[in-house]
Design a protein around this ligand. Structure first.
Ligand code: SAM
Length: 292
């Protein structure tokens, strides 16, 4: 079945796409035989297009699972990077009323996507354009969907972390993101879906006043969404028993020592401050006093 494929890129990566154990009956790939795969796409009959990822559409059932995992709603702006025939963007618009943008380097795919959106009567919610996903501006997304390859995800990773707003959800079909571990993973008949929530940048030393009058200080280190650190209460070393970051929300649990009652602060990272997001325990925003 794959014998006549011609690939211009690392064969190991392609094996990952080949190895996706699709069952044609389950996933309706009959019309999208892998024999179509070709990185050097000349489907427009003109200039040779070098694809970073071959065209393999996501099965409709998996599209639904991706939208569910991303919790797409009418408040969202979904970007599908390498959008193919636009099915993810169109489904998000048609079924969730979400706005969507699809970017693909192959003009034939963009033509198909625009036609599909028109046929489904969701043109007013969707926008498709020809472009290189590695260079396109996707900073306005609240949800990003990917069906690329590990290596392409890794190339995108620094931009996803730097340019997307904290809290933006990223859902990837089949491929992960290296040592940026997913916040959630779901498996469907051998297909894995991964979800990440873009974390705020919280590394550094922060100080705030509690309503009890005490001065709290934490020195936080961060690797993606994982936060560790040290704490002081009124200049005395204290215990930071838990530091959890999800998007722009940071929960810190601190206590003076093992015998004292822990204080829990839920803070929202906003405009370079950590603002109280719950309760009245925190009297002032936490401000950064040095860089990590
Ligand atoms: C595996 S398909 C996924 C299609 C669609 N997202 C889906 O899930 O049904 C990958 C898509 O990425 C596109 N693509 C490959 N390299 C690209 C690049 N550098 N910039 C934009 N699109 C690219 C291909 O043309 C193809 O349509």
């Amino acid at each position: 079945m794959y014998s006549d494929l011609t690939f211009g890129h690392d064969d190991e990566l392609i094996d990952e796409l080949r190895d996706l154990d699709y069952d044609q009956d389950d996933y309706g790939l009959a019309e999208h035989d892998f024999r179509d795969l070709n990185f050097d796409d000349d489907s427009d009959g003109g200039a040779d297009i070098i694809l970073d990822v071959p065209y393999v559409p996501t099965d409709e059932k998996i599209v639904q699972a991706m939208l569910d995992l991303a919790e797409v709603s009418s408040k969202d702006v979904l970007y599908d990077l390498g959008c193919g025939d636009g099915r993810i963007v169109v489904a998000a618009a048609a079924e969730r009323n979400a706005r969507g943008v699809g970017i693909d380097i192959d003009p034939m795919r963009i033509t198909e996507a625009i036609e599909y959106a028109a046929h489904t009567r969701v043109e007013y919610l969707t926008h498709f354009f020809e472009g290189d996903l590695l260079e396109a501006d996707f900073s306005q997304a609240t949800v990003v969907t990917l069906y690329l390859l590990d290596l392409v995800n890794l190339q995108l990773r620094p931009r996803l972390l730097d340019e997307l707003r904290p809290g933006t959800r990223i859902v990837s079909h089949s491929f992960n993101m290296g040592d940026w571990k997913a916040d959630q993973r779901q498996d469907f008949s051998g297909i894995s879906l991964y979800k990440w929530i873009v974390p705020a940048k919280v590394a550094g030393t922060w100080q705030w006043q509690a309503s009890s009058g005490e001065t709290y200080r934490v020195e936080l280190k961060q690797k993606y969404q994982k936060v560790t650190g040290r704490a002081w209460i009124d200049q005395q070393p204290a215990l930071l028993t838990s530091a959890l970051l999800q998007g722009d929300l940071l929960e810190l649990i601190l206590s003076q020592d093992t015998n004292s009652r822990p204080a829990r602060f839920l803070m929202r990272c906003q405009a370079k401050q950590l603002l109280a997001a719950e309760g009245d325990l925190q009297a002032t925003p936490a401000l950064k006093i040095t860089r990590a």
